[in-house]
Write a protein that binds this ligand. Sequence first.
Ligand code: GTP
Ligand code: MG
Length: 211
Amino acid sequence: MDEVWQYQFRIILLGDSTVGKSSLLKRFTDGTFSEVQDPTVGVDFYARVLEVEPGCKIKLQLWDTAGQERFRSITRSYYRNSVGGLLMFDVTNRRSYENIKEWLKEVNRHVYPQRTIFVLVGHKSDLTDDREVSREEAEKLADTLGLNYLETSAKSNSNVEEAFVKLTACIYESMKGGEIALEDGWDGVKRGFNPRALDRGKEGKQSDCNC
Ligand code: GTP
Ligand code: MG
């Protein structure tokens, strides 16, 4: 039976090819890691439910995009209906780090005037000897861009859960603060079963969940 959830967030993973987007999602959704991972063709789909606060479950619809340029016209069509995402680079690949600003520009251009909430992720943190980007440098970039920053490894299962929890919490807080509005015709956030009455007055619903 499907798990009961109060809201659904559509999340997108972006970043250059081979930074580890599919691997991070596999680790997060089924707990596995493979040294050999085929490049994503177009877009893939994963899902998992997270509890953001006691009794408040969020279903994450996770869109795994292909980093390869030739799929860009397909992946672009997923930007607008995403409420947020992980913007990823590989800490052992300087080029992927330098491209982060381009990824952000590209998304913002397509979702404007809407806003997408991102967390910056430096991935493959297990490869300490091969680093080309230091944590300090990436933290500075995150500050400049106004993003949270985390370092993850799908291989050693480091910070994987935390990255998605952080992103989900940021989106949830923005929603509670009224910065994100649920709109007809936009699939970034959907209401599920028995949502918390963020607009309790309007719907007159009493929720038995605490969110
Ligand atoms: P595209 O689908 O082409 O955009 O690539 P991607 O970003 O999905 O990368 P993918 O998950 O396919 O990973 C690329 C390679 O990096 C694979 O060989 C993975 O096994 C490896 N990899 C992914 N995550 C990690 C990690 O945390 N540590 C290490 N050491 N290798 C990783
Ligand atoms: Mg992939």
